[in-house]
Design a protein around this ligand. Structure first.
Ligand code: MG
Length: 499
């Protein structure tokens, strides 16, 4: 493998001016440079231009990210899951990115080289790949996708035998294979490759068998839906989903060629074309996904993107109508969800940022619904991962049950303003800052699971201060009923940070 050179502990610019750590101190993430260890035969990868986290590795195509990098990580992953079991089958799928076929072939070859049998699901949503791992009783799964990252990125996401992403301990065990010689199979032990054409269909059937999805009731409404799949993998599932739900659909960006016509993250400011489509066609609702179809964003019948925070809030509202129980989200998610939980008499539990943290907490709490404020809804009835088709079905069921429009439903929950800031990370540990802030605001509830979160429940506002795992910055996020109030809170926290 190529020779790695970098400065562990240093920082660098990544080409667009983002600085990120070569060796990030946050144990939830690991980056670093594997020096050439010819004697031990360890795999050598230059990770200085990659972003490596617990659940995956990503980089810019042709810069940090090459077929060699993908093949090395895929081989290490294959060796890890094969040792762990059950069996040696790995499900492999990808989103629609232009670099997808190239990396998909590299990953498949690498998995075969360590003796894993590859089940290829082709272009598919990440949640479909995850569900296939569960359905087939596979040892793991790999999704070739950079999720909502811009067009020049690609990545691998690592999936364990439960269909959930690897957690910190599992990622460390996998990393051990990168740091030693990856055990390769001899000619007679190489893995095979088979294709699985049924993964999307099985995913749809799981959604249709959610106990509180009433297909006839949704179909009877004949919803007029505008759809934007950003030329991502959504085209493989959304048309069938909406067809089965009896919707009339006006769709854009359904070609699965990865040539994203907009920034692929489905945040309100990127959804202008969908807003226009809703207005032009008179649709009841607009749905937008990210390229790997785990996040869903909504546009009202008036053609206004209502903000991705409402997706989980509304989906949870529907689930709690049928099944009271705990709701889990991360520490940075809007308090719209507190209001929804409170109205339903449900408990809201907050976990550290990161999908796997939310999913694991949902498991331990026996939660009925959960997810992230970025449009990622997790429904354990289907599986413990973010799933945009699940979210869409829940939202349409809510519209059908209540007879209300999306805007009326959103207005019924309320409205908050979130202000986010990035501040350079001070060199000293932040514990003293957390202590000082908690002491200064004794009336606020303090949560120290992941940085510091202060919650003024009576005043309906909160602040979250958290060091980034991948960049030398501290994120400051505040939410309040007015923008001025949220901005003031950000300023207070920023001022408390040492310079
Ligand atoms: Mg995604």
């Amino acid at each position: 493998m190529g020779i790695a050179r970098g400065r562990p502990g240093g920082t660098r610019l990544d080409g667009v001016g983002h600085r990120f750590d070569i060796a990030a101190p946050n144990p939830a993430f690991w980056t670093g440079v594997y020096e050439d260890e010819t004697e031990s035969g360890a795999a050598v990868i230059d990770t200085s231009r990659l972003m490596v986290s617990v659940s995956g590795v990503r980089g810019r195509v042709g810069e940090g990210l090459t077929p060699e990098v993908i093949a090395t990580f895929a081989a290490a992953f294959g060796a890890y899951v094969k040792q762990r079991g059950p069996g040696r089958t790995v499900v492999l799928g990808r989103d629609s990115r232009v670099s997808g076929p190239m990396f998909h072939r590299a990953a498949a070859a690498a998995l075969q080289s360590v003796g894993c049998d590859v089940v290829d699901v082709g272009i598919a949503p990440t949640p479909t790949v995850q569900l296939a791992v569960e359905d087939l009783g596979a040892a793991g799964g790999l999704a070739v996708t950079a999720s909502h990252n811009p067009i020049e990125w690609n990545a691998l996401k690592f999936i364990g035998p439960t269909g959930m992403f690897l957690d910190g301990d599992e990622a460390a065990a996998m990393r051990a294979f990168l740091e030693s010689e990856i055990p390769r199979a001899t000619w007679d032990e190489l893995g095979g490759v088979t294709t699985d054409e049924g993964a999307v269909e099985r995913h749809l059937q799981r959604i249709f068998s959610i106990p509180f999805i009433d297909l006839d009731r949704i179909r009877a409404r004949r919803f007029h839906v505008a759809l934007d799949c950003v030329r991502g993998a959504g085209g493989s599932i959304f048309p069938r989903l909406l067809d089965e739900l009896g919707c009339r659909v006006d769709a854009i960006n359904m070609e699965m060629d990865g040539r994203f016509p907009r920034e692929p993250e489905p945040v309100a400011e990127n959804l202008g074309e969908l807003e226009e489509l809703v207005r032009r066609t008179g649709a009841d609702i607009g749905l937008a996904t990210d390229p790997d179809v785990d996040r869903l964003s909504l546009v009202s019948g008036a053609g206004r993107a209502i903000g991705e925070d409402y997706t989980l809030a509304l989906a949870a509202q529907l689930v709690l109508r049928h099944r009271p129980g705990a709701v889990v989200t991360n520490l940075s998610t809007s308090r719209l969800l507190d209001d929804v939980a409170e109205q339903a008499g449900a408990v809201l539990v907050r976990a550290p940022v990161g999908e796997i943290n939310v999913a694991r907490r949902m498991q331990s709490e026996g939660a009925t619904v959960g997810g992230e404020g970025n449009g990622g809804v997790i429904l354990p009835d289907v599986h413990l991962t973010r799933d945009a088709p699940v979210a869409a079905a829940l939202i349409l069921q809510l519209l059908a049950e209540t007879g209300q429009s999306l805007q009326e439903l959103a207005d019924g929950i309320g409205r908050y303003e979130i202000v986010k800031e990035k501040v350079a990370r001070p060199s000293q540990p932040l514990d003293a800052v957390y202590d000082a802030l908690a002491a200064r605001f004794p009336e606020a509830e303090a949560d120290r699971q992941d940085g510091l979160r202060l919650d003024w429940r009576a005043e309906k506002k909160w602040a979250h201060l958290r060091p980034s795992g991948t960049e030398p910055i501290v994120r400051v996020i505040c939410e309040a009923q007015t923008r001025a109030e949220a901005a003031e809170l950000v300023e207070t926290l920023r001022a408390a940070l040492p310079r």
